[in-house]
Design a protein around this ligand. Structure first.
Ligand SMILES: [Zn+2]
Length: 341
């Protein structure tokens, strides 16, 4: 998700205190733009109190760092399940059945057909694991063209919608609204789940975003927030070369502590935290150490041979799994529930 039209608080002012906790103990570092390899330099600060790493100034020309390739790069890396006519027919039949029986509906997320889609798109398992069933009203924020929303409908979550201010216009899917061209603050309604998949870190108004999310949730609703996480093994090891610092697109790299802090202030309890980091924390950061951009032809993200051997990439994946199990991976999924009372 890009931010080229976002009003930037404190624009033009260098950071003196942490925007999350207000502490003045900040350690400065400089990081380069390395996804595309412009190598433009940006100042960040790590708060020594809450652990949040944040950009010193919101760049006035941030749109320059979201070129067309950014979206295609992400689309290629995201979940893309082709939908056949047979799949669509099955979906229609399922919808007919579900319309007639809500009792059956709750079972569909556990059905064999749903399981097959989830196997191809593991991200969907998050919704299966945390939501009550197919009747759940889901809002996916910053969803782009809505690939994930489409897949949610494919596993029978028919009340799934997306919102993204950067699409050219609303997107319909077979006559039904799929993604609304809208900022989060423009969205109204009540949802059982509001999800942010690697979106929050791009947004300047951290607390306001979570407060707005709180107002959109039903009393038993949940927010699912996936973000890169500072304080992790990869952050400590690579610092300014940490691939998920992603200067200047990522404004905030929360520590688990700072994320819990703003969640609390926005009226949420943290119900679960799961680390879901990948091998990229190593190979991406190792590329940056060698001055190789993420989109370079020598990157494992490209189609050709990379600078790493298969054995090295396997080792990175194994390490990522171990870090996740130990709660030290460089990205996490937090499940937030509105505080009661
Ligand atoms: Zn702080």
């Amino acid at each position: 998700m890009s931010q080229n039209a976002v009003p930037m608080p404190g624009q033009g002012h260098t950071l003196r205190t942490c925007r999350i906790c207000g502490d003045a103990r900040l350690e400065q570092l400089t990081a380069r733009e390395m996804m595309f390899g412009t190598r433009d330099v940006f100042t960040y600060f790590e708060c020594k109190s809450c652990g949040c790493v944040q950009i010193a100034e919101y760049p006035t020309n941030i749109g320059r760092y979201y070129p067309e390739e950014y979206y295609s790069f992400h689309a290629a890396a995201s979940i893309g399940v082709p939908v056949s006519w047979r799949g669509r027919a099955k979906e229609w039949v399922a919808w007919q059945v579900l319309s007639r029986s809500r009792r059956l509906a709750a079972r569909h997320l556990q059905s064999d057909a749903a399981r097959k889609v989830i196997t191809r798109s593991p991200l969907l398992s998050i919704y299966r694991d945390y939501l009550p069933g197919v009747g759940s009203r889901i809002l996916d924020v910053g969803c782009g063209a809505g690939e994930l929303v489409k897949e949610l409908r494919l596993i029978h979550c028919y009340q799934a919608f997306g919102a993204d201010p950067y699409i050219p216009h609303d997107i319909q899917d077979r006559g039904r609204l799929l993604v609304r061209k809208a900022w989060l603050h423009e969205v109204e309604g009540t949802f059982d789940c509001v999800s942010f998949h690697h979106v929050l870190e791009h947004m300047p108004h951290q607390l306001e975003v979570l407060r707005k999310t709180r107002t959109l949730l039903s009393p038993a609703g949940l927010a699912i927030v996936r973000v890169p996480v500072a304080g992790s093994h990869a952050w400590k090891r690579y610092r300014e070369n940490w691939v998920q610092l992603d200067a200047p697109r990522h404004f905030y790299l929360h520590s688990e502590n700072s994320l819990r802090m703003i969640a609390d202030r926005a009226g949420f309890d943290v119900r679960a935290v799961v680390h879901d980091s990948t091998a990229m924390q190593f190979w991406g950061s190792e590329l940056y150490l060698r001055d190789i951009p993420l989109t370079d032809s020598r990157s494992p993200a490209a189609k050709g041979p990379s600078v790493f051997t298969e054995a090295e990439l396997t080792h990175f994946a194994t390490q990522a799994g171990e870090l996740n199990a130990a709660g030290c991976g460089d990205q996490l999924l937090a499940v937030l529930a509105p505080k009661r009372g």
